[in-house]
Write a protein that binds this ligand. Structure first.
Ligand code: COA
Length: 357
């Protein structure tokens, strides 16, 4: 009979990882030895990516601004060969289909740099295409976050906007054994290649219960319009049997610490929607406390993601792909870590159907 240990289930429920730690009771996120709040303020995306890729490795990874810029250039050269991957209205479909065009070299580290460099190029090219605009190529002189914003908008962003987007990308780089990371690890555990693991992870991230919420959060803020409307609008949503987007989390029983990081990061941009967001969050927290007294439901990362990404000038359809642009380094780090574990992840299932007579 298959037991928990022979099935690999122990690796599912309690995977050891040096990449990140989520403390749901106290609302703390540690990314490879640093508090997420601090990391988001001091690290560029390149530095954070190197940090997660390095986690638990004997030899440090070499990942420079120039190497990542080169990877963006490589992806840019692939654009004409992506077929219809960037057609269509869904940015996550476009990200999945375009990343699937990357060829694995069999060298995980090289593939990781390729995937991390390609994600912003493909997401930005899709975003421009869907708006009827020609793609804008990468710049070797810019850091990853600044270049992603420039490739999206077509103009060099203000340092404040680039810094805010960089803080966002660092904040979401990894988050324990979330659904997309678990997906990447399952694929990697079969000894499949890193690109396949990343493509599968994009599929998991697409869902609104995982990475698909920030666009709907902005729709909600638009629909509410002014703080005075918040309570009535939110009550109407709950009465209609719908969930409040950007609220609640599977692990956190307090406010998601990333919400505070993003709130701080967006402040210098003086966006009017921040005030509205604060009012809506307070109203939602109050109503959910009353309606679900047994279940703490506070703001999650997506709440202020919506405000921040809107403030830096990204179209809302690009919010979920942008989550992928940030998370891809975490996925890659987990693939590298899973390789070191070297064990197939194979949860056991309990058969509840009829047995043959
Ligand atoms: N609004 C209203 N009610 C919510 C809620 C929300 N945002 N999140 C959870 N609940 C309620 C559920 O209806 C359920 O109530 P019930 O027991 O009366 O049926 C209870 O809280 C538990 O929900 P459950 O779906 O079991 O919790 P979970 O841990 O699986 O859910 C999320 C986590 C994130 C999927 C959930 O909070 C959610 O759907 N949030 C909105 C989407 C979102 O913001 N996603 C981004 C996540 S980072």
């Amino acid at each position: 009979m298959e037991t928990a240990s022979s099935s690999g289930l122990e690796g599912v429920n309690a995977a050891n990882t040096a990449i990140s730690h989520v403390d749901g009771e106290h609302g703390r996120l540690v990314i490879a030895g640093a508090d997420a709040e601090q990391l988001a303020q001091i690290a560029t995306y390149e530095q954070a990516a190197r940090r997660v890729l390095d986690a638990g490795r004997a030899a440090p990874v070499d990942l420079t601004v120039a190497q990542l810029a080169q990877a963006r250039m490589h992806a840019w050269e692939l654009l004409p060969r992506l077929g219809d991957a960037l057609d269509g209205d869904d940015g996550m479909d476009a990200l999945r289909a375009s990343l699937a065009h990357l060829r694995s070299t069999g060298d995980d580290l090289a593939d990781a740099v390729t995937a991390i460099g390609a994600a912003p190029v493909f997401a930005a090219a899709w975003s421009r295409k869907v708006r009827g605009l020609a793609p804008v190529g990468p710049s070797a002189d810019l850091d990853h976050a600044t270049d992603y914003l420039r490739m999206t908008t077509g103009a060099t962003p203000s340092p404040a906007a680039a810094k805010a987007l960089g803080a966002y990308l660092v904040t979401v780089i990894d988050h324990g054994m979330n659904a997309s990371t678990f997906t990447a690890r399952v694929v990697a555990s079969t000894a499949s290649d890193l690109i396949s693991a990343v493509v599968a992870a994009v599929g998991a991230l697409k869902g609104p219960l995982h990475g698909g919420a920030p666009g709907p959060v902005l729709d909600m803020l638009d629909a509410i319009g002014t703080p005075a409307n918040a309570e009535a609008w939110l009550l109407g949503e709950l009465a209609a049997g719908r969930r409040i987007m950007g609220m609640g989390h599977r692990i956190y029983r307090v406010r998601d610490p990333r919400a505070a990081v993003l709130e701080i990061a967006v402040k210098p941009l003086s966006t009017p929607s921040l005030e509205l967001a604060h009012a809506v969050e307070a109203a939602a927290a109050k109503i959910l406390r009353e309606k679900k007294p047994d279940r703490p439901l506070a703001a999650n990362v997506e709440f202020y993601t919506a405000v921040l990404l809107d403030a830096v000038g990204l179209p809302r359809a690009q919010f979920s792909p942008t989550f992928g642009v940030g998370r891809v380094a975490g996925w890659c780090a987990h693939v590298l870590e899973q390789r070191r574990v070297g064990k197939l992840i194979r949860p056991a299932s309990t058969y509840i159907g009829p047995m043959p007579a």
